[in-house]
Unconditional design. Structure first.
Length: 218
């Protein structure tokens, strides 16, 4: 999560949507007073390599009883800033085709599993872990089910849509997204090949709102 007082934006970091790559790119244009939350050590190294600012001003944010953190829900960020200031900044998040995102999450969660020891995909989709993913991810940019940010960028068109936002905000340079957290998912198979009717319908139910709003199809 990033709050840039210098440039007047709030980046709400959803999961499995290239959020770390976007965060690293944005941290390169942040000022000394902006809020930047920590990422894992490997990604902090990548951030340093790309000239981004490291974590700052996240430990004791106003109006909160805990530190600001990576995947904060928008309700907490709005409380931290105060509603008036939050609404005066351009706030945005990134969303992804949910059927594709769940496949990405599946491989990320199984990245350390021995070959053949992975939980079958259908059982994983039926598990509480996917319910939790859907609930928490949508709370990052929704309040009481309603979108609470100014812009929801699409992962599938991220380079182009982020470039437009970059220009609107008058940020220096260009996004030039690094590639963070890659290499855990086979590239050959389409996400569609993972699903049967039951798993496809479960994802459709859990992510009904973003599917309808952004026009995602299986």
């Amino acid at each position: 999560m990033i709050v840039s007082h210098e440039h007047g934006f709030v980046f709400m970091k959803t999961r499995k949507t290239a959020g770390t790559s976007v965060e690293i790119a944005l941290s390169r244009v942040c000022g000394a007073d902006d809020v930047i939350t920590p990422v894992i050590d490997e990604d902090e190294e990548l951030r340093r390599a790309h000239g981004g600012r490291g974590p700052q001003h996240y430990e004791s944010p106003p109006h909160l009883e805990r530190s600001a953190f990576n995947h904060m829900p928008v309700s907490m960020v709005r409380k931290m800033l105060g509603r008036k200031k939050f609404e005066s900044y351009l706030s945005f998040a990134v969303e992804r085709n949910p059927w594709d995102a769940v496949v990405s999450l599946y491989h990320w969660r199984n990245r350390d599993a021995a070959p053949g020891a992975e939980v079958p995909f259908g059982l994983y989709v039926a598990s509480e872990a996917v319910t939790t993913f859907a609930t928490k991810n949508q709370r990052i940019y929704r309040i009481k089910g309603e979108v609470a940010v100014d812009r929801v960028l699409r992962y599938e068109a991220l380079d182009a849509e982020l470039a437009v936002l970059w220009s609107e905000l008058g940020l220096p340079g260009a996004p030039d997204l690094p590639h963070a957290k890659g290499g855990t998912r086979p590239r050959a198979a389409s996400y569609r090949s993972y699903y049967d009717d039951a798993s496809r319908e479960r994802v459709a139910e859990l992510f009904a709102a973003p599917i309808a709003e952004l026009g995602y199809e299986f």
